[in-house]
Design a protein around this ligand. Structure first.
Ligand SMILES: Nc1nc2c(c(=O)[nH]1)N[C@H]1C(S)=C(S)[C@@H](COP(=O)(O)O)O[C@H]1N2
Ligand SMILES: [Mo]
Length: 355
């Protein structure tokens, strides 16, 4: 793993480690933390469901597993700061984790449907948002507070968000939120609150620092937090996983591969690759479709010219949207949502046949 910080623990897999696996192995899955990883005794853990509900619930792990049907969803988790490193080359982003393209991973999550738990509590008509709170106090928050965030009640009741205790068929690892975490497929990772201990139904979004101040797309200049767009649905994005940057490769045919991800009800429709700056594009082959909430892996064989070249890619979604060309116009003070064309510099070595 590429470890950006130990305390809090923030690490992403090297890009090649993500290549070719529709489900990310647990030891390769990125980790994003804003405070210390708490150790929770699963027998002592309780989940409180309160706010605009008919009855407040207090659930143990046994209650959650026993009272609700378990469901599985393959979902990609992606940090809003994924690919930030390319934005910090535009203008510095002091104090922000310099994520490459590895702040993203995919797992099969198993747990209770958030919708079923909310239905058991009885959501009142005035409900607008469902807020989650964890136990980990982040010293980076102003003022220091436990990590939290919220989603609209319609998303919470949609069926795909889970209260998950399993990941890829294994017990949820502590660093990923054991005993139970929220998983909100199609939304930025920050809404998938780990070690969740309180779910509050309310008429407005969470006023937690990580909803109200961080994870907002601020204007490039003059940026009070209130001027930011709260990030929720993930943006269309893609990355090249192989080859790596600055590699000498034989001129001629070479494999290129990566991932592409689309938000909410959009799917990846196509991925294009170019080796001549976007004058000509060829279509990549899409890998297995593992459902509406998962990334799509892709691969292509490109014909590399001799000498220095840049491999670029762009994904299209089912709304016919595609990615912006350059990172410069996307720069924002917290460095979120860099979904510009991924670019990899290579050098085409002349082969024996081409001398
Ligand atoms: N309690 C808690 N939940 C959290 C976080 C956190 O710091 N504390 N980080 C969030 C962010 S920003 C992301 S991107 C995902 C990362 O999940 P992972 O560490 O399992 O990959 O968890 C989210 N849930
Ligand atoms: Mo994140």
């Amino acid at each position: 793993m590429i470890v950006h910080s130990i305390d809090p623990y923030n690490a992403e897999p090297p890009r090649a480690a993500l290549d070719g696996a529709a489900l990310t192995p647990l030891d390769t899955f990125y980790s994003r933390n804003h405070g210390p990883v708490p150790r929770i005794d699963p027998r002592a853990w309780r989940l409180e469901v309160d706010g605009l509900v008919e009855r407040t619930l207090v659930l143990s792990l046994a209650d959650l597993r026993g009272r609700f049907d378990s469901h599985s969803v393959v979902a990609t988790l992606v940090c809003a700061g994924n690919r930030r490193a390319d934005l910090s080359r535009v203008r510095p982003l002091p104090g922000e984790e310099p994520w490459g393209p590895g702040a993203i991973s995919t797992a099969r999550w198993t747990g209770a449907r958030l919708a079923d738990v909310l239905a058991a509590a009885g959501v009142r008509p005035a409900a607008g948002h469902v807020a989650f709170t964890g136990p980990d106090v982040s010293p980076r928050a102003d003022p220091p507070q436990p990590f939290g965030g919220s989603i609209p009640v319609a998303k919470a009741m949609a069926g795909e968000p889970l209260l998950a205790w399993e990941m890829n068929g294994e017990p949820l690892p502590v660093v990923h939120g054991a005993p139970v975490r929220v998983v909100v497929p199609g939304y930025i990772g920050a809404r998938s609150v780990k070690w969740v201990r309180r779910i509050s139904v309310q008429d407005r979004p969470s006023d937690n620092y990580f909803q109200a101040s961080a994870y907002r797309l601020l204007p490039a200049e003059d940026h009070p937090a209130a001027a930011g767009l709260p990030l929720s649905v993930i943006a269309l994005n893609a990355a090249i996983l192989r080859p790596g940057d600055d590699q000498p490769l034989p001129a001629g045919p070479n494999p290129v591969s990566g991932y592409a991800v689309a938000g909410e009800d959009r799917r990846i429709a196509r991925v294009d690759v170019s080796v001549d700056g976007g004058r000509h594009w060829q279509q990549a082959d899409l890998g297995a479709d593992t459902g509406p909430w998962a990334w799509r892996l892709w691969r292509a064989t490109v014909d590399l010219p001799r000498g220095p070249a840049e491999i670029i890619a762009r994904a299209w979604d089912t709304s016919a949207a595609t990615q912006p060309e350059r990172p410069e116009p996307l720069w924002n003070p917290q460095g979120y949502v860099n979904n510009s064309w991924p670019r990899v510099r290579v050098f085409g070595r002349p082969g024996p046949a081409g001398l």
